[in-house]
Design a protein around this ligand. Structure first.
Ligand code: PMP
Length: 356
């Protein structure tokens, strides 16, 4: 007998590579925003008084929670804030998925869902997307212990519904379980399920500051659901770690929320660059999904995705490739600046020309 027999063993989530600051690369592998956060955030950071760090932060994250409630038209008791949406999702799994029946989610989706299910010993069942990478609604009309849907989905970029009735049908058919809708990428053109929160008590919509607000390094995520749900989430959070959100994150999150104009401007710039990139890739024979996110999902025709991934990496351009069924032929490419995407396309041309 060894202590190792008692270890909670898990296969962890593998994030995209973060090269050191000194390495000059074009980094299109973790869906970060190519633009900085709002200048108001920069000002708040420069004016930050280190003396404030002596004090614990607000355990209920009240200043940021209240500002988010006001921004999205909810009351404070309908909002939960966490350390990035990974923290929010992880707490939601721990809180709401405590059934003998399996939680269900698609085969191709955010690859953290099965990791949380494993670490928390939650049973789950995978429902394959159809051949066009779309959710098959009828798969979610069965007995289950919970449902998780990323909309738009990752890494496909596909938004399930122009019309949110697709999500509503799933939520209304499953009053016995919590439906988590992960809207990490919704600001780039998806359709939100936030409107369903007022109508149903079994939906939790999860959002992040990491992408559209250029806050991946600051770690802020939030969830919106009915007050009863948020109370349960807080009970679990306060039973694990009360002070998850640090003071600077709360203050800088507020500064970010105060600048809608900058938010719109930078999100729209990413959308324009994304559409340009899709067109360029399609004209070179790539299959490209209709991504509504800040990345494109593309499958090359004249070279394998793996080889293109490796050749781009040798040239200092980092994109994402997975050695997994149904994903092997595809690359996920985060949307950078116009200049970065031009360099990407030029490099793709050089690499594929040397093949032919
Ligand atoms: N959901 C999805 C679908 C994602 O792609 C990501 C980013 N890796 C997250 C949630 C988590 O992002 P964060 O913790 O930075 O909010």
């Amino acid at each position: 007998m060894s202590w190792e027999d008692n270890v909670r063993r898990v296969t962890p989530y593998v994030p995209g590579e973060q090269p050191g600051d000194s390495e000059r690369v074009i980094k299109l592998n973790t869906n970060e925003m190519p633009y900085p956060p709002s200048p108001k955030v920069d000002m708040a950071l420069k004016a930050y008084d280190a003396a404030a760090l002596r004090l614990y932060p607000a355990a209920d994250v009240a200043p940021l929670r209240d500002a988010l409630a006001a921004r999205y038209g909810f009351s404070a008791d309908e909002v939960f804030v966490g350390v990035g949406s990974d923290d929010v999702l992880s707490m939601a799994f721990l809180t709401f998925f405590n059934s003998d029946k399996p939680v269900i989610f698609p085969d191709i989706t955010y690859s953290f869902y099965d990791v949380w299910a494993d670490v928390y010993r939650i049973k789950y069942e995978i429902k394959p997307l159809d051949k066009d990478f779309r959710i098959v609604k009828s798969d979610y009309m069965c007995e289950n212990g919970g449902i998780v849907i990323a909309n738009p989905n990752a890494p496909t970029g596909i938004s399930q519904a122009e019309d949110i009735s697709f999500i509503e049908d799933i939520v209304s058919a499953n009053p016995q379980s919590v439906v988590i809708v992960d809207e990490a990428y919704v600001d780039f053109g998806g359709s939100t399920a936030l409107g369903l929160v007022k109508k149903y008590d079994n939906i939790l919509v999860v959002r992040t500051f990491s992408k559209s607000r250029a806050f991946a390094g600051m770690r802020i995520g939030f969830a919106i659901g009915c007050p009863k749900m948020i109370k349960y989430l807080n009970d679990v959070k306060y039973s694990v770690n009360s002070y998850t959100m640090n003071r600077p994150a709360i203050d800088l999150g507020l500064a970010s929320l105060s600048d809608d104009e900058y938010f719109e401007k930078t999100v729209n710039a990413v959308i324009r660059t994304r559409e340009w990139t899709k067109t360029e890739l399609r004209s070179r024979g790539f299959a490209v999904t209709d991504s509504k996110t800040n990345f494109v999902f593309a499958s090359p025709s004249s070279i394998s995705a793996k080889e293109l991934f490796e050749k781009l990496r040798e040239r200092g351009i980092y994109v994402r490739w997975w050695d997994k069924d149904r994903l092997r032929d595809w690359l996920r490419i985060s949307v950078g600046t116009d200049e970065e995407m031009k360099v990407l396309i030029e490099n793709i041309d050089t690499i594929t020309a040397s093949k032919g």
